[in-house]
Design a protein around this ligand. Structure first.
Ligand code: NAI
Length: 348
């Protein structure tokens, strides 16, 4: 069904429609085994409702695995709002979405994802208390999760480069970044500071030019970034970039990036391994953002503690690579089994 990587059933799926604002949204609760389902809201143009449903189901399942591996007391969920065609009132649309979130009575907690902003989240506060990712007055911790996501991806690449490529540092390591958006840009900053050489592509030419000027990055066409002559490939745009057609063209030996659902199908996990490419599963490396909004939501932690928690993604990457070696398996399979074994209520 719907091209899902497996048939794990969802607990609840709400199709929310509001004629007045033009809202059409899907709120998918995959699992509440660990706690309320937590995951961002995507605002995107879809060809049809089935495509939106497919995205919501895949993304919410990924959130269950992500939250479990990150040891968060939350289950997995995700929402997608289908971008209306023509004119629309954004504030009213998100207010209607907030009411839909509220109607689930806390089974689902929302935050930013592709296409949504901290302002959208703040606007929803009048309509639901089940929202996070909001800058707080008085300098308290919270807000845009993207820098935290980028930090988690950065430490994952750093660990992978040491363990997989056998390099002692990122100095001179060539990293191809697909997508210089909220996460990709921060990742580029971290990598540049660490001495990596950047190869970049984005459909937005202005971002590419900025990366050339600021980081001395090499620009390549968007259809050339996957096959770029690099040591590491970091997909930071949208999902399904690792497909039956793209995997045979990759020259990097390590793939680690922020984009959700990078593998088009489970088969690509095996295909990468067969080509001697180590793939660090997206939901393991990109958990920094959800760690941030989850701690914010619970009123726990401040910047330094949250960054330290995000930094522990490095230890999970190390453990994953150890398990892959001892179990003679692939990172995708090991991470999937590891995460699923944690889809139970955490000990208090
Ligand atoms: P964003 O929308 O800010 O950035 C995406 C960038 O990719 C944009 O600059 C866009 O122009 C570019 N892009 C789109 N299609 C492209 C293509 N074919 N080739 C090259 N560039 C392309 O999104 P954001 O927040 O940076 O997220 C990136 C990915 O990471 C998404 O898949 C998102 O779901 C995932 N993610 C983001 C988190 C966050 O904290 N923002 C947390 C976890 C996952």
């Amino acid at each position: 069904l719907f091209g899902l990587p497996d048939q794990a059933p969802h607990e609840k799926v709400l199709l929310a429609a509001d004629a007045q604002t033009g809202l059409r949204a899907i709120l998918a609760v995959h699992s509440t085994a660990r706690g309320p389902a937590f995951g961002g809201c995507r605002f995107w143009s879809y060809d049809n409702e089935l495509a939106a449903l497919n995205d919501a189901l895949r993304l919410s399942q990924g959130m269950s695995l992500k939250n479990a591996l990150a040891d968060l007391p939350f289950g997995g969920g995700k929402a997608v709002i289908i971008k209306p065609q023509g004119e629309f009132d954004r504030a009213a649309l998100f207010a209607a979405f907030g009411r839909a979130v509220q109607s689930l009575a806390g089974d689902y907690i929302t935050a930013e994802d592709v296409g949504t902003t901290t302002a959208d989240m703040r606007g929803m506060l009048a309509h639901t208390q089940f929202v996070s990712g909001i800058p707080r007055d008085g300098g308290a911790f919270g807000g845009d999760p993207s820098p935290k996501t980028a930090y988690g991806v950065f430490v994952s690449i750093d660990e992978g480069v040491k363990r997989v490529l056998g390099r002692s540092s990122l100095e001179g390591v060539r990293v191809a970044i697909q997508g210089l958006g909220a996460v990709g840009w921060h990742l580029a900053e971290y990598l540049h500071q660490a001495g990596a050489q950047l190869i970049v592509a984005d459909i937005d030419a202005a971002k590419v030019e900025r990366a050339q000027a600021q980081f001395g990055a090499q620009a390549v066409a968007i259809d050339a970034i996957i096959a770029a002559d690099a040591d590491v490939l970091a997909p930071c745009a949208l999902g399904a970039t690792l497909s039956a057609t793209s995997v045979p063209t990759i020259s990097a030996k390590l793939v680690a990036g922020a984009a959700n659902n990078q593998l088009a199908t489970a088969a690509e996990g095996d295909a990468l391994q067969a080509r001697g490419i180590t793939y660090l599963p997206d939901y393991l490396v990109n958990a920094g953002g959800i760690i941030s909004v989850a701690r914010e939501y619970r009123g726990e932690g401040e910047e330094g503690r949250v960054m330290a928690e995000v930094g522990r993604i490095r230890e999970r990457v190390a453990e994953l690579l150890e398990r892959v070696r001892s179990e003679q398996s692939t990172p995708a399979r090991v991470a999937d089994a590891w995460a699923r074994s944690k889809l139970v209520k955490p000990a208090a």
